[in-house]
Design a protein around this ligand. Structure first.
Ligand code: SIN
Length: 482
């Protein structure tokens, strides 16, 4: 038996993983991520900003009210109050990490407004490139920090366990070589599941691998049925599609049908800025009826290079100029509100295993996440978890064999493509019992062939069990209880 001085292993190089790693100092941290440069995370693609009640007219309580309304009051109220109260400290911490937020001509932080927010309270960095700016700044801090050892190009495909406790990970590098790393604690910060769907705004690595690993180790899940679909991804061929930020609609862009009619007219009082699930279902319905949907941003005034550099560059790269013509758009899987169930500190139900960011579910987002609350959650919860782990006692490792819990084989490419399409059709913005049941049966048949099918089965099970619509989970066959 030994009290080992082992590193904390953080899996994932997005904002939540980086905030955890930085805040865990001086405890030693090994940060493991799939991409070599840490840029493969959904955080790095985030075009929204960070919500914080910074305006003198605004309050954390008002931010909390908007968060609860977006989440259909399925949220954990105490978590919401805490998150919104911590938001201004998170912005100050990010500034101390050299994140340069956009300022107005008077030199004050520029506060934007997005769907679901009753106030202008979104701070951005680099216009629509906030996520990239955060990842860049935090990654530079992590690479310079003496307590953080960074390793890219590795997948964590197994957890080491001893007497029911997670005591390390197994990594697999790009040549298929395995290595075991003992750890004082393991933090999963692996992001969401968008890439399990045929159309997503997430990067390919957001495939639920961390969630699948946690479930394989017996960790409890929560709210798996709640998946947010963004209504305006660029409708181009492919799986991981470029996002066209909601902030464009905040700046005057309009959704149109094939005949040039306003898509949201008469559908919702907030029109183009109605909640994301409402807009996504409308876009999905028009497309299912054979039409296409267009985002006309030609009337958006101002300096596109400064405000929307990401959207402009991506659209131009695909042959569209949003300043001159409407863009074809489609809904896409965007954010998973559910995940590994954690307490407020990030503890899962398995000792030694923690989760933070999109892979985790601490209840803060409820049944639907409010815009620009996800980077906020990553920073606030990552900092809290890092500080907790920095002060934790060294675990006792026994001189006994460790058990390896593996995520298991990946589905072959052809079956994976079938699974992506199946989830898109059955578990997308609009759901009903027969398709959910049929999809669950197909996943049951595929389950022995790959972990993605086992994970999809767990998602579909949760979707089947919630028989009424709530938040982003829309049951066409049952309607909404409210
Ligand atoms: C967007 O910019 O439209 C997405 C922002 C978010 O998901 O919070």
């Amino acid at each position: 038996m030994r009290h080992a001085h082992l590193p904390i292993v953080v899996v994932g190089g997005g904002v939540a993983g980086l905030a955890t790693a930085l805040s865990a100092g001086p405890a030693s941290v090994r940060l493991l991520c799939r991409a070599h440069d840490g840029c493969g995370s959904a955080s790095a693609l985030a075009q929204g900003g960070i919500a914080a009640a910074l305006d003198p007219q605004d309050t954390p309580a008002a931010h909390a009210i908007d968060t609860l309304a977006a989440g259909a009051h399925h949220n954990d109220v105490a978590m919401v109050q805490w998150l919104t109260a911590e938001a201004s400290a998170a912005i100050a911490w990010l500034q101390a990490q050299a994140v340069a937020f956009d300022r107005d001509s008077a030199g004050d932080l520029q506060l934007g407004r997005e769907g679901g927010h009753g106030q202008a309270r979104i701070v951005h960095a680099g216009g629509d490139a906030s996520g990239a700016a955060l990842v860049l700044a935090l990654r530079a801090q992590a690479q310079a920090a003496a307590h953080v050892q960074w390793r890219g190009g590795v997948d964590v495909d197994g957890l080491l366990m001893q007497e029911g406790r997670v005591v390390g990970v197994r990594t697999c590098d790009e040549r298929g070589r395995h290595e075991q790393v003992e750890a004082a604690a393991v933090v999963l910060a692996t992001g969401g599941i968008g890439a399990l769907y045929a159309r997503t705004s997430n990067p390919p690595g957001a495939d639920g691998a961390g969630l699948a690993l946690g479930l394989a180790a017996g960790a409890e899940a929560r709210d798996l049925e709640f998946v947010q679909f963004h209504p305006t991804a660029l409708d181009v061929p492919g799986h991981c599609l470029p996002l066209v930020t909601e902030a464009l609609r905040g700046a005057g862009a309009r959704l149109l049908d094939d005949h040039g009619h306003a898509l949201m007219a008469g559908i919702h009082p907030q029109g183009d800025l109605a909640p994301r699930d409402v807009v996504s279902r409308r876009v999905a319905a028009v497309r299912a009826a054979g039409g296409r949907v267009w985002l006309d941003a030609t009337a958006v005034a101002g300096d596109w290079e400064q405000r929307f550099p990401t959207v402009l560059a991506t659209c131009l790269a695909h042959g569209f100029d949003p300043r001159l013509a409407a863009l074809p758009v489609t809904p896409a899987a965007h954010f998973h509100m559910g995940g590994l169930a954690t307490d407020a500190d990030g503890r899962t139900s398995v000792p030694g295993l923690y989760a933070v960011g999109e892979v985790a579910c601490n209840g803060v987002h409820g049944a639907n996440r409010l815009a620009s609350n996800s980077l906020l959650e990553g920073v606030v919860c990552g900092r809290r978890l890092g500080r907790l782990l920095a002060n934790a006692d060294a675990p006792v490792i026994r001189d006994e064999p460790m058990q390896l819990v593996e995520r298991g084989n990946s589905l072959p490419a052809a079956q994976l493509a079938v699974l992506h399409e199946l989830l898109w059709q059955a578990a997308g913005p609009v759901r009903e019992s027969t398709s959910l049941r049929d999809a669950w049966r197909i996943c049951t048949a595929l389950a022995p062939a790959g972990w993605q099918a086992r994970l999809a089965k767990a998602l579909l099970r949760a979707m089947r069990l919630r028989r009424q619509s709530l938040g982003a989970h829309w049951r066409e066959d049952r309607g909404c209880p409210h």
